[in-house]
Design a protein around this ligand. Structure first.
Ligand SMILES: *[C@@H]1O[C@H](CO)[C@@H](O)[C@H](O)[C@H]1NC(C)=O
Ligand SMILES: *[C@@H]1O[C@H](CO)[C@@H](O)[C@H](O)[C@H]1NC(C)=O
Ligand SMILES: *[C@@H]1O[C@H](CO)[C@@H](O)[C@H](O)[C@H]1NC(C)=O
Ligand SMILES: *[C@@H]1O[C@H](CO)[C@@H](O)[C@H](O)[C@H]1NC(C)=O
Ligand SMILES: *[C@@H]1O[C@H](CO)[C@@H](O)[C@H](O)[C@H]1NC(C)=O
Ligand SMILES: *[C@@H]1O[C@H](CO)[C@@H](O)[C@H](O)[C@H]1NC(C)=O
Ligand SMILES: *[C@@H]1O[C@H](CO)[C@@H](O)[C@H](O)[C@H]1NC(C)=O
Ligand SMILES: *[C@@H]1O[C@H](CO)[C@@H](O)[C@H](O)[C@H]1NC(C)=O
Ligand SMILES: *[C@@H]1O[C@H](CO)[C@@H](O)[C@H](O)[C@H]1NC(C)=O
Length: 407
């Protein structure tokens, strides 16, 4: 019965979104740039579509050495005619609500010139970022932002610039993840983010936890795992105590924005109740910016802890922004600070507040900066092509997923 429901839901989803089917699956559009042939690639149990469905210009190639990067980063599309020319993807979307857009770049000296290029990336006809592929030669560079598009499709374009040395633009991966607020059962997702504004990711950190990056969920049933296709980076904080809580089910108001359990279940804390947690944040530029900061607080101490009160004050650059009180042994709160005017740096301090029994704690943190994005009204840049073969791929994928649901 449950599986029948899944099939019926999928069928109705297809009917409702005929134009975007079968590219968007589980709210995710994943594009592997530079893959040849119309096949679906599987990396980490995740399906990626070849980018030939979404773009015409450019050439494809692969990294010939065997770098220690995910398979999806080993192929790329590059644009030899890139200078001052727009080379555009057009991505099909399912609606005009919030999406996470992420673009990945891994140079890997694919052209043998040892000259990692610098070039412009745009979204909806507006500047997204300057990509400096040399900033990190051994690891991929990612650009990520959250934005609610004006239309149910959007362009992503690359262009070289003379002032950056006219390098050849390239791209390795492209993702759009729909932030479904209904599916996350009564939880808002980044509720203070406004339409018409793009929120660029600066940091998404897991405190007190594992050394490994927490990766997106890859199955139907693991509802407490990361489900919004985000990556959480471990942030070791020398001098603080690591706290680990026993696993619980992830429901309730403490799960605004759907943080994965593995972020919520660990935290840092000072050793005594009179000390503070101090987290410095560095922004790439010193121009004044409006920051969007999310702080995740959670404790699960077990019923024997009658003295479970943590009273904390959240300060940014010495200004008190919010009081957080965790009063029962299982309790949590998600605090969003927006807008926070910053200039190059921001210093977040979690200090003990009046009458606290336990020291402050902090489980996770996300930081974005906001830019206005005056998206083009309409544009013919880029294409997307639904062909017979992609429908076949999509239908096969559907059956594979339904089949996995049965086991
Ligand atoms: C892929 O899915 C299968 C079946 O659910 C699971 O056994 C396997 O561990 C998964 N692999 C990865 C890399 O997640
Ligand atoms: C933003 O756009 C979405 C989709 O068009 C709409 O549902 C929502 O109400 C808008 N939000 C605001 C704050 O205008
Ligand atoms: C790109 O990064 C490299 C290495 O960090 C730096 O030397 C160079 O100035 C950067 N280029 C631009 C245009 O920002
Ligand atoms: C993208 O959306 C615009 C506005 O709804 C529409 O006019 C255009 O046809 C769409 N482009 C494609 C390729 O579907
Ligand atoms: C959704 O949230 C509202 C307000 O917090 C609450 O009254 C309602 O019971 C919740 N519904 C569900 C299904 O959890
Ligand atoms: C806490 O965990 C981090 C790993 O995230 C580790 O580097 C650090 O040494 C740990 N701190 C203590 C006090 O054990
Ligand atoms: C709770 O904390 C108060 C103040 O620190 C202390 O006096 C009391 O003994 C504690 N109670 C228990 C059961 O630990
Ligand atoms: C943050 O703290 C550092 C080190 O104490 C200091 O240099 C910097 O000026 C502070 N930034 C702000 C915006 O207060
Ligand atoms: C702290 O608590 C004491 C005693 O309850 C009270 O007199 C004082 O006003 C409180 N201070 C703040 C900042 O709330």
């Amino acid at each position: 019965m449950e599986n029948l429901t899944v099939i019926l839901l999928l069928v109705s989803a297809i009917a409702a979104n005929a134009a975007s089917f079968p590219f968007i699956f589980n709210n995710l559009l994943r594009v592997d740039c530079g893959v040849t042939g119309e096949t679906t690639e599987t990396y980490n149990n995740q399906s990626w579509f070849p980018d030939s469905f979404f773009i015409n210009p450019g050439k494809t190639t692969h990294i010939s050495s065997s770098p220690n990067v995910p398979q999806v980063m080993t192929t790329l599309r590059y644009f030899p005619d890139g200078e001052d020319k727009q080379n555009c993807y057009r991505l099909p979307l399912i609606n005009t609500e919030k999406f996470i857009f992420r673009a990945g770049f891994y140079y890997g000296n694919y052209d043998g010139k040892s000259q990692p290029p610098v070039f412009d990336l745009s979204l909806g006809g507006q500047k997204w970022a300057t990509v400096n592929s040399s900033a990190t030669t051994d690891v991929p560079v990612f650009q990520e932002l959250i934005y609610a598009p004006r239309n149910d499709n959007i362009s992503v374009c690359l262009a070289g610039r003379k002032e950056y040395g006219s390098g050849t633009p390239f791209i390795s991966s492209l993702e759009a993840t729909y932030l479904d607020e209904h599916e996350t059962s009564n939880r808002t997702v980044y509720g203070m983010m406004r339409n018409g504004t793009a929120y660029h990711l600066v940091a998404r950190l897991n405190f007190g936890g594992y050394d490994q990056v927490i990766e997106p969920w890859s199955g139907w049933s693991r509802t407490c795992e990361e489900r919004l296709n985000r990556y959480w980076t471990p942030q070791p904080m020398p001098g603080y105590t690591n706290l680990t809580f026993v696993p619980i089910t992830c429901t309730g108001t403490a799960y605004e924005n759907s943080p994965p359990l593995s972020v919520i279940n660990t935290a840092i804390s000072p050793t005594t109740a009179s000390q503070s947690i101090y987290v410095p944040i560095n922004f790439a530029t010193t121009t004044p910016q409006s920051a969007y900061i999310v702080l995740y607080f959670y404790q699960d101490l077990g019923p024997d802890n009658v003295n479970a009160t943590r009273n904390m004050d959240v300060n940014v650059d010495g200004v008190m922004r919010k009081n957080v009180k965790l009063q029962t042994y299982t309790s949590g709160e998600v605090v969003t600070l927006y807008p926070v005017l910053v200039q190059g740096t921001a210093n977040v301090t979690i200090s003990p507040a009046n009458g606290t029994v336990l020291p402050p704690l902090l489980n996770g943190m996300e930081v974005f900066y906001a830019t206005e994005l005056a998206e083009e009204a309409s544009s013919s840049n880029g294409v997307f092509k639904i062909s017979y073969s992609v429908v076949v791929v999509g239908v096969c994928q559907l059956f594979v997923i339904v089949f996995l649901g049965l086991v």
